[in-house]
Ligand binder design. Structure first.
Ligand code: KMH
Ligand code: ZN
Length: 274
């Protein structure tokens, strides 16, 4: 089999308001429908943030559990819950996300300025979250918003060893105002600093979406796309559905001679608990 591209879809996030972005999936039904469409378009992993009845971000444990169950029943996607939540979420709620027993969770490797806000990830929180992933056999995806986060990832691995399953997978989140810029030279610098044997995807926020996508494909990486990261295809062209972003990523990956990776192969690569 030739080389393939793991596509992760991040359909919702915690930052956009449904009132501003009507195509954002915020109910469980909308999320499941989106997940099915994105799976058909080539996604293998779904990075999940959920909303409450008022479409506000929530880390409600029961809703998270229902979401994991529904996505498992309706799709073959690898379910990755966000432990980042919204910038206002307390650490205890973010740690409790793992109780919903997802396949994967995000684990951000450091604090970062986040537009006008600060996304807090101090070392004790990271270390506790990481050890919980190991105990509960949840595969972490290390979110790297800045080059310093790569150093913190090394520190985490040196102190606590490899993640559950033994494989290190990272996601470069580029172009956040306050984090590393979304350009090719920064991407290469970050990739060169990753641990040996790690796999990685990249995503570019907003207008850095396409430059990062092409840089990641050129550098042999995987892709994350979705309305968490960009809500326009181009200036004045709103995204009408997450699946359109996945289709665009899948087409670019196919052009690069690395078509989308089937979910079963992604499970093996990431060493997801059977
Ligand atoms: N919503 C951001 C504050 C993650 O999902 O782990 C954090 C975020 C990262 O989206
Ligand atoms: Zn997220």
């Amino acid at each position: 089999m030739g080389a393939t591209t793991l596509i992760t879809v991040a359909p919702t996030g915690a930052e956009s308001a449904k009132a501003d972005v009507p195509a954002l999936p915020v109910t469980l039904d909308e999320l499941v429908q989106t997940a099915k469409e994105c799976e058909a378009a080539g996604a293998a992993v779904i990075h999940v943030h959920i909303r409450d009845d008022d479409a506000r971000p929530t880390l409600d444990p029961f809703l998270l559990q229902d979401t994991v169950t529904a996505l498992r029943e309706s799709t073959g996607l690898i379910v990755q819950l966000s432990t980042g939540g919204a910038v206002t979420d307390p650490y205890e709620d973010r740690l409790r996300v793992l109780d919903a027993a997802p396949d994967m969770c995000s684990l951000t490797c450091g604090t970062v300025n986040f537009g006008d806000d600060v996304f807090m990830n101090p070392w004790p929180f990271m270390a506790e979250l990481y050890q919980r992933t190991q105990e509960l056999e949840v595969v972490p995806e290390f979110e790297l918003f800045d080059l310093g986060h790569v150093a913190s990832l090394h520190r985490l691995l040196d102190k606590y060893g490899l993640p559950y399953g033994g494989h290190v997978h990272c996601d470069l989140v580029m172009g956040v105002p306050g984090g590393m810029p979304g350009d090719a030279r920064t991407l290469v610098a970050a990739v060169e600093a990753l641990p040996d044997g790690a796999t990685w995807s990249a995503t570019g926020i907003g207008r850095t979406s396409l430059p990062v996508l092409f840089a990641a494909l050129s550098a042999g990486g995987h892709l994350r796309v979705g309305m968490e990261d960009t809500v326009t295809f181009a200036k004045g062209q709103p995204v009408t559905a997450n699946a359109r972003l996945v289709e665009r990523a899948a087409s670019a990956a196919a052009l690069a001679q690395r078509p989308p990776m089937p979910a079963a192969d992604a499970r093996a690569l990431l060493a997801i608990k059977p």
